[in-house]
Design a protein around this ligand. Structure first.
Ligand SMILES: *Cc1c(COP(=O)(O)O)cnc(C)c1O
Length: 417
């Protein structure tokens, strides 16, 4: 315990913990599904609600954060977190709608290059989006959607990805961090290998934005999508984001709408579309202002904390969690990659009783996350988790396993987590 206390005292990010609403005596390990509410996110949301009350229609151009340029202003502040130029990022849509937008914009199948490559461990929504998009283009997902296989059911090997980069592949779209095992893929190496073969590369940053730094532009990644409600703490349904490399900015949006217009011309109400210059062109309709407002508050915290410091602490927390579990609870099989460079912000433990272990944890004051069929995810989020919290989580989990407390619960999953 003493060691944890000492680490907490030296922790330069410790001051942010009190900015988040946390239930007393509860340790929240589910920030990789839904980040906690910060006081600043709440304040910005209330401020924007107030601006509707005061300004009515004029809120589009009046007030502290005018709605008409809110997405553009936020995008420039999100860009450093993904390693992009400000005009390559747009806060808009959701992960899934942004996948549809990016594919409809960038995917140009030809006779012998018509396939999109994904992986067999990917999140279902990404797969549904790719399949339905292929059907829209008159392609059969059975032949036009290829999947990289996993050898162990948890992780992907770089060599297996490279081996799948065959001539018919037009685009490869992978997660940066796999949502179950927490594996961080080598983005630069994948982008280089794909580009050597003339294949475009897209990444889903759902489980990495806000947890670690990125270098999308430098790596030459063609496009990326993400949400802000996980590690970015922007609230349920918070507006997502997309990145599109500037080399593609001449492309017309596959799904066009008036918010993709050049802002100076949008209200001319002309029937000919004047595309915005940068990633703003790929917005569609009126932004969901109240779903974006909390991000104005939560981004400030990242600007003050610095994503490098967040990553450093996150790695220390996940390492500590893994080591303590390996020492004290051998019954749980840790399937998270060992190397720091291969790990995102959460750890993944496999156990056949995972569903009810999660229920027992929740009752013991730890909020975990269950992913069917047998994975317990624990995310010690750097901005609001202390080293002492990690130690307590392991103690509570150990008591549940030693005393088989989980047997008091049924081993089926709840609706969400
Ligand atoms: C969270 C998550 C989603 C959710 O997509 P939305 O469109 O935001 O609902 C999709 N893909 C991955 C990989 C995710 O982790």
């Amino acid at each position: 315990m003493a060691a944890e206390k000492q680490l907490d005292e030296m922790d330069s990010l410790a001051r942010f913990k009190k900015e988040f609403y946390q239930t007393e005596n509860q340790i929240y390990m589910d920030g990789n599904s839904l980040g906690l509410m910060s006081k600043r996110a709440e304040a910005k949301l209330l401020e924007v609600v107030e601006s509707w009350k005061i300004h009515g229609i004029d809120g589009w151009t009046e007030g502290k954060d005018p709605w008409f340029t809110m997405a553009e202003n936020l995008s420039a502040r999100i860009a450093p977190l993904v390693g992009a130029k400000p005009h390559e990022v747009m806060v808009t849509g959701s992960i899934t709608s942004n996948i549809h937008q990016m594919l409809s914009t960038i995917f140009q199948p030809s006779g012998d290059r018509f396939a999109i490559m994904v992986d067999e461990l990917n999140f279902p929504s990404d797969i549904y989006a790719v399949e339905s998009h292929l059907r829209l283009r008159g392609l059969d997902p059975a032949t036009a959607m290829k999947k990289v296989r996993s050898r162990d059911g948890f992780t992907l090997e770089l060599q297996d990805i490279i081996d799948e980069l065959t001539d018919e592949v037009a685009i490869i779209m992978l997660p940066s961090v796999l949502y179950r095992s927490g594996q961080l893929l080598p983005i630069r190496e994948i982008a280089e290998a794909a580009h050597e073969k003339g294949i475009l590369v897209g990444f889903d940053l759902a489980h990495s934005i806000g947890a670690l730094p990125h270098e999308l532009h430098d790596c030459g990644v063609d496009f990326a999508v993400w949400c802000h409600y996980k590690y970015m703490n922007s609230g349920p349904g918070g507006t997502g984001g997309l990145y599109i490399h500037e080399r593609h900015h001449d492309l017309l949006p596959g799904n066009a709408g008036w918010f993709g217009s050049d802002k100076a011309k949008q209200f001319d109400m002309d029937h000919s579309f004047s595309k915005a210059e940068g990633a703003g062109a790929y917005q569609i309709g009126t932004p969901n202002i109240f779903s974006m407002a909390p991000l104005l508050g939560s981004i400030e915290i990242f600007e003050e904390a610095g994503i490098e410091a967040v990553r450093e602490k996150s790695l220390q927390l996940t390492s500590m969690l893994r080591e303590l579990i390996a020492q004290k609870i051998p019954a749980l099989k840790d399937v998270t990659p060992v190397e720091d460079a291969g790990r995102g912000g959460h750890i993944a433990l496999a156990h056949e009783e995972a569903a009810r272990i999660c229920k027992a944890l929740k009752e013991a004051g730890v909020v975990p996350d269950f992913r069917a069929p047998n994975i317990i995810r624990l995310a010690p989020v750097a901005l609001y988790t202390s080293y002492s919290d990690v130690e307590k989580v392991v103690e509570r989990l150990k008591a549940i396993m030693d005393n088989e407390v989980y047997k008091n619960f049924s081993n089926d999953r709840n609706v969400v987590a």
